[in-house]
Design a protein around this ligand. Structure first.
Ligand SMILES: [Zn+2]
Ligand SMILES: [Zn+2]
Ligand SMILES: [Zn+2]
Length: 135
């Protein structure tokens, strides 16, 4: 049976799916470069509402195992580049798959000096999330 998808409001500005984000919402993407619109360097002076990227909740999946909504974690850019192929660097990996990819390469002597503790990073981000959004 297909899973029923519930509508969910933007967790940044609380608009319903299909609507435009409110000004300065951190969840709004730039239509030109796909980065956060509040952080990118594009010129938005001629941007129309028709061009703006509306809020639709897309499931985030790990590109390796397909797990939906994987826990986020952070590693340094240097470590990420060390282990992850250029074509996959903009994608999402779950912590388990990242550790697996790292272990596979470490086993052949391609070990990054001072690898981050991924579990610790996940916990840190969960804690920060709780502080920000209370869940
Ligand atoms: Zn929003
Ligand atoms: Zn941009
Ligand atoms: Zn995975």
């Amino acid at each position: 049976m297909p899973k029923k998808i519930r509508n969910s409001n933007c967790r940044g500005c609380d608009v319903p799916e299909g609507a435009l984000h409110k000004p300065f919402c951190t969840m709004e993407r730039c239509p030109y470069c796909d980065e956060q619109i509040i952080g990118c360097d594009c010129d938005h002076s001629k941007m129309t509402d028709a061009e703006r990227v509306r809020w639709i909740k897309y499931p985030i999946r790990c590109i390796r195992c397909g797990a939906a909504y994987p826990d986020f974690f952070m590693v340094s850019d240097e470590e990420w580049k060390w282990y992850i192929a250029p074509s996959e660097r903009r994608d999402i990996l779950c912590p388990d798959c990242y550790k697996k990819i790292r272990d596979l390469q470490d086993a052949y002597g391609h070990k990054f000096p001072n690898s981050a503790d991924v579990d610790e990073e996940v916990q840190k981000i969960k804690k920060r999330w709780k502080e920000l959004f209370g869940k």
